[in-house]
Design a protein around this ligand. Structure first.
Ligand code: TZP
Ligand code: MG
Length: 210
């Protein structure tokens, strides 16, 4: 079983006006101590995504010595995970099934699955996914057509349905992150509350979640 850090930072390309801003935010997050980072790009074409992903890999390794490289996770795309030599892929309910993604990435890379209700958690629990994300826990503006908010009770429910590492996602802030952990999450995934000042925000999350 894998062990997740408390903070799972997600860099969503739509939050940045250009590639350099995204890459700088990544550098700030990593310098602050983020060790698990997802690259999410819902609008870029495959080539643009691969270019950005390769640069993320390069910069993330420039800042850390070999065994301590941060883990980079590709959202949605198992093919780009391999092409960019990322450490894992995160699939949602409309992406490749966990088992299909697993066939592509092999047994070593991490596989995460998004779930939004108890049925999906139970189903993901029966797959080879390494971790399960559950949400949106709170209202979020970062996802198009989000599923209904599940609240902390939804996290508690998910906790009873799986022993896999559980990631709370959706509207997570430095104010509510501890409540998500207390409800049973092992980690919190954050997009918007890390954007304003990525370095400072990540440091604050890491301090609070310690
Ligand atoms: N899945 C469920 S909520 C969400 C995703 C990708 C968006 C989380 O973003 P934020 O800004 O941290 O609410
Ligand atoms: Mg997806």
């Amino acid at each position: 079983m894998i062990s997740l850090p408390r903070l799972y930072a997600i860099l969503d390309a739509s939050c940045f006006s250009n590639s350099e801003d995204l890459l700088r935010a990544a550098e700030e997050l990593l310098a602050a101590g983020v060790t698990l980072l997802q690259y999410r790009n819902k609008t870029g074409d495959a080539r643009a995504m691969l270019t950005q992903a390769l640069e993320l890999i390069r910069r993330s390794r420039a800042g850390a010595p070999a065994p301590h490289y941060p883990r980079l996770i590709m959202n949605d795309r198992a093919d780009l995970c391999l092409a960019a030599e990322f450490d894992g892929v995160h699939v949602g309910q409309g992406d490749l099934s966990p088992e299909s993604a697993r066939k592509i990435i092999g047994g070593e890379r991490w596989l995460g699955v998004s779930t939004h209700n108890p049925r999906q958690v139970a189903e993901a629990d029966g797959t080879s996914a390494d971790y399960i994300a559950i949400g949106p826990v709170f209202p979020t503006a970062s996802k198009l057509n989000p599923d209904p908010v599940i609240g902390l009770a939804g996290v508690q429910l998910a906790r009873h349905l799986t022993r896999k590492p559980l990631v709370a996602i959706g509207g997570i802030t430095s104010e509510n992150c501890c409540a998500a952990i207390e409800a049973g999450a092992d980690s919190v995934a954050v997009i918007s509350d890390l954007i304003r000042d990525p370095g400072k925000s990540a440091e604050e999350f890491l301090r609070i979640l310690e």
